[in-house]
Each structure stands twice: as structure tokens, then as C-alpha cells.
Design a protein around this ligand. Structure first.
Ligand code: NDP
Length: 430
């Protein structure tokens, strides 16, 4: 990667950014031409993707720079409508590079399918029957999707999870069987659903119970991704605050997000700004990731911070983030959505595990940027600077008017839509 062509991308025109990406070998000449013509989901493809399709809903696709993850450099595509997200990710990644970038650990990618049975006459008999016939159950599951087994994956383990009746909520007891499935490079929703539906009648027969449902669980606790980073304390100073003060205030901000759910939700939303943008850009199912991540944040019984920040022995700031990330490198719309395909080429990831490493690192970078701004100058300064253009567009500015209105807005004490409209009106009256 020839990094000099990626300097100050944010100050360049869209055409020059594409040229910069091409000169730095992040994208090929073919992709540069594709981007110049603008990237669209063809109407015919969209029509086949969902029912009753009438249009496509577009979002900006941008790139965050400066990412060094497990010693490999990345330019990261992000699909997002919030103006400050990409700038925040890029600036935090630059800080994190000072001490060697991100180090990640990716758990084995094991997904969970649930078969839920009810009205079990004898729970102990049912449990014993499932244990006794484990091999047959796994075999029936694997026979339902033999191609994943040929690739080295498939159903590997069965866990029995009786759910006791809850008098407070008037729920009966359930007999839940978890099938642990290795879906390899796929997120695996369809693979899992095929397998659990295939074993459902056999489990009814074995347990004398009645099946209620069979589907994957999006709470992917066996598919965790962790990113760690270190920030030299001297690099953290900002305005009136020394590096030590900023480090301590970031640690305190995280302690608050561990203790207070009202703060934790906003803290984690900042992390998801990064995670969702890459999940979306790479064609993955962001609702699945959102649902699983927030359940994981509440695993102690209280909703808490997903990240942790602490002080290293030498005084540096240490950051860590662990989230369930059941994304895919194949499957769903990843194989045919033009933006997801382009994102794959930009990132050059070779496996779903590598993509997990990238996504969890972006989440941690986003968290650092938000915390550093919050505990120093506040979030609004950087945010509203970038928001100015969105306000100008919302006020009706077009072409050169956008920059004029945004520049004048930034000089105002109150930067809001009314002010943007007033500036635009004055410009038009000139
Ligand atoms: P697909 O149904 O597209 O399945 C992925 C396919 O990729 C596999 O069946 C396999 O086909 C093929 N494949 C090729 N190479 C590999 C490899 N190395 N490893 C694994 N598979 C490989 O996608 P998923 O099953 O991943 O399901 C994801 C989709 O399901 C998403 O669009 C999601 O939105 C949706 N979904 C989500 C739900 C949820 O989250 N609750 C529920 C239902 C759907 P083969 O083996 O046949 O060659």
C-alpha cells in the first residue's frame, strides 16, 4: 500500500479520493472506473432480493484510513449516514498505530441452533434420551446439509438447556436443545435453520414432547472477537489536559459505562457506529449483529460497557473490546451486492475470521475517539463541524451553496437548521 496517496483524503474531491485509492493500490483500475461511474445496486438484482421492491435506499460509502490490525494495513469501507463516524475511526486508528496498532483474537466460529420442545412428560427421561442418541441427532443434522460437512464444518455438539417455568412472567417450562454448528466462512443462518428443522421431528419422538420452534440463536456466544490496543500516554494530551489526565478521564468514563446503563447504551452506540458501518458495507446482517452484541452487553444481568480501558504498567492507556461477531465472508447478499463485493476487494480479507478482526478493531477505534472527545472538549465541536454540511443540504443548499452555508454556519454560535436556512436565504438575496 502506497500510503502517501491516502494523506488528507478528507480534503480531496471524490474524484481525487478515488484516484488516491487507485494510486495507493487499495483498489484496481477497474474498480476506480466502476466508482467513477458510481456504484449502484441494479434494479433487477434489487427486485429479486426482497418482496414488493420499489426502489433502492442508498447510503454514503466511505473509507477510514490508518488501520494497522495484526501487523496488516487496511483501508476500511464504511456505509453510514452519520457525518463524524469515518473521521473519528481514522483519527483513533492513527493514535493506536503509535504503539503497533490493534491485536486481535478470534474464537472458533461456532454458531448455535435451537430446537425448543414443550409439554415434556418426563424431563429426566427426555434428557437421558437426547444424551443417548447424541450421535444420531448430529448425523441427522449433518445429513440435512452435507456440503458444509464436506468443507470440514457441520454440527459438532449438543447442549441441553432446560428452561424452568417462571412464575413472575407466567411462563411454562421449556426443553431447549442447542446444536453447535461450525458454519466456516458463512454466517450460517440458513445452514443452521435447515439443520435444526431436520432434527425437530426426531427430537419430538425421542422426548415425547411437542416442538414449538427450531431456529438459530443470534446470541452468538461461541463466536467472539476481541481487539486490544495500547495508546502511548504522551500522545493523549489535548487542550488544557495532559496525557495522564486524558488517560485517567477515559478510564473513569469507561467505569461509569460499566456501572450505569444510561451511559452504557450511549457508550456502546458509539462502538456500534463503527461495527455497523463495516458490517453493512461488507453485505452482512447488521440486525443479527446488533441483537447479539446488546444481549452480550447485558450478560451479567445489567447492561454494561462492551469495552474496557485501563492503565498499563508504564502509564500507557490500554483498550479492549470483545463482541460476538457472527459475520460471513460468503452467503446472503455478500456474493452479489456490488458494494459488498467492492468492500471485499478493498479490504482484501481472506476469511471470515480476518473480517471479524477488522470489524472489532473499528469498534474499539470508534470508542476511543468518542471517549477522548467527551472527556476533553466535548462531542459537539468535532460533530457539528462535520454536521454543518448535512444541515446545509437539509436547508436546501445545492452545489457551491453547500460549502458556503456550511462555512458560515461553523462561525455561528448556534449551529442549527434555522441558522442554515437563514444563511441560505441571505445568500440567495445577494
Ligand atoms: P446462505 O444461505 O447464502 O449460505 C451460505 C452458503 O455459502 C452455504 O450454504 C454454502 O453453500 C456456501 N459456501 C461456499 N463456501 C463456503 C464456505 N467456505 N463456508 C461456508 N459456506 C460456504 O447464507 P447463510 O446461511 O450464511 O445465511 C445468511 C443469510 O441468512 C443472511 O442474509 C441473513 O440475513 C439471513 N437470515 C438471518 C436470520 C437471522 O439472523 N435470525 C434468519 C434467517 C435468515 P453450499 O454448502 O451449499 O455450497
Amino acid at each position: 500500500m502506497e500510503k502517501e496517496f491516502l494523506n488528507k483524503l478528507y480534503m480531496k474531491s471524490r474524484a481525487d479520493r478515488i484516484k488516491g485509492l487507485s494510486l495507493s493500490n487499495v483498489i484496481s483500475m477497474e474498480d476506480a472506473i466502476l466508482l467513477k461511474d458510481d456504484l449502484h445496486l441494479p434494479a433487477e438484482v434489487a427486485d429479486h432480493m426482497i418482496e414488493n421492491q420499489i426502489a433502492t435506499y442508498e447510503l454514503p460509502l466511505g473509507v477510514a484510513v490508518n488501520f494497522l490490525i495484526d501487523q496488516k494495513e487496511y483501508v476500511v469501507p464504511m456505509a453510514v449516514e452519520e457525518p463524524s463516524v469515518i473521521a473519528a475511526a481514522s483519527s483513533a486508528a492513527k493514535m493506536i498505530n503509535l504503539a503497533g496498532g490493534f491485536q486481535t483474537t478470534i474464537q472458533n466460529r461456532t454458531m448455535i441452533g435451537q430446537v425448543v420442545l414443550k409439554d415434556i412428560p418426563d424431563m429426566i427421561f427426555a434428557r437421558d434420551m437426547v444424551i443417548k442418541h447424541q450421535k444420531d441427532i448430529l448425523q441427522k443434522a449433518n445429513e440435512a446439509h452435507p456440503s458444509i460437512v464436506k468443507r470440514g464444518g457441520g454440527a459438532k455438539e449438543i447442549i441441553i438447556r432446560p428452561i424452568a417455568a417462571d412464575k413472575t412472567f407466567h411462563t411454562p417450562s421449556f426443553f431447549v436443545i442447542h446444536l453447535h454448528i461450525e458454519t466456516l466462512e458463512a454466517m450460517g443462518a440458513n445452514i443452521i435453520d435447515t439443520m435444526v428443522e431436520a432434527i425437530k421431528p426426531y427430537l419430538e419422538e425421542l422426548t415425547n414432547g411437542t416442538a414449538l420452534m427450531a431456529i438459530l440463536s443470534n446470541y452468538a456466544t461461541e463466536c467472539l472477537a476481541t481487539a486490544n490496543c495500547r495508546i502511548p500516554v504522551w500522545s493523549l494530551g489535548k487542550g488544557e489536559y495532559t496525557g495522564e489526565e486524558v488517560r485517567n478521564r477515559i478510564i473513569e468514563a469507561c467505569q461509569l459505562a460499566i456501572a450505569d446503563p444510561y451511559r452504557a447504551v450511549t457508550h456502546n452506540k458509539g462502538i456500534m457506529n463503527g461495527i455497523d458501518s463495516v458490517v453493512l458495507a461488507t453485505g452482512n446482517d447488521w440486525r443479527a449483529i446488533e441483537a447479539g452484541v446488546h444481549a452480550f452487553a447485558a450478560r451479567s444481568g445489567q447492561y454494561r460497557s462492551l469495552s474496557s480501558w485501563s492503565k498499563a504498567e508504564n502509564g500507557d492507556l490500554l483498550g479492549s473490546l470483545t463482541v460476538p461477531l457472527p459475520i460471513g465472508a460468503v452467503g446472503g447478499s455478500i456474493n452479489f451486492h456490488p458494494a459488498a463485493q467492492l468492500s471485499k476487494r478493498i479490504l482484501g480479507y481472506q476469511s471470515a475470521k480476518e473480517l471479524e478482526s477488522i470489524i472489532v478493531s473499528v469498534g474499539l477505534a470508534q470508542n476511543l475517539s468518542a471517549l477522548k472527545a467527551l472527556v476533553t472538549e466535548g462531542i459537539q465541536k468535532g460533530h457539528m463541524g462535520l454536521q454543518a454540511k448535512s444541515l446545509a443540504i437539509s436547508a436546501g443548499a445545492i452545489g457551491k451553496e453547500v460549502k458556503y452555508v456550511a462555512d458560515h454556519l461553523k462561525q455561528r454560535k448556534n449551529m442549527n437548521l434555522a441558522a442554515a436556512k437563514e444563511i441560505l436565504r441571505q445568500l440567495k438575496e445577494k
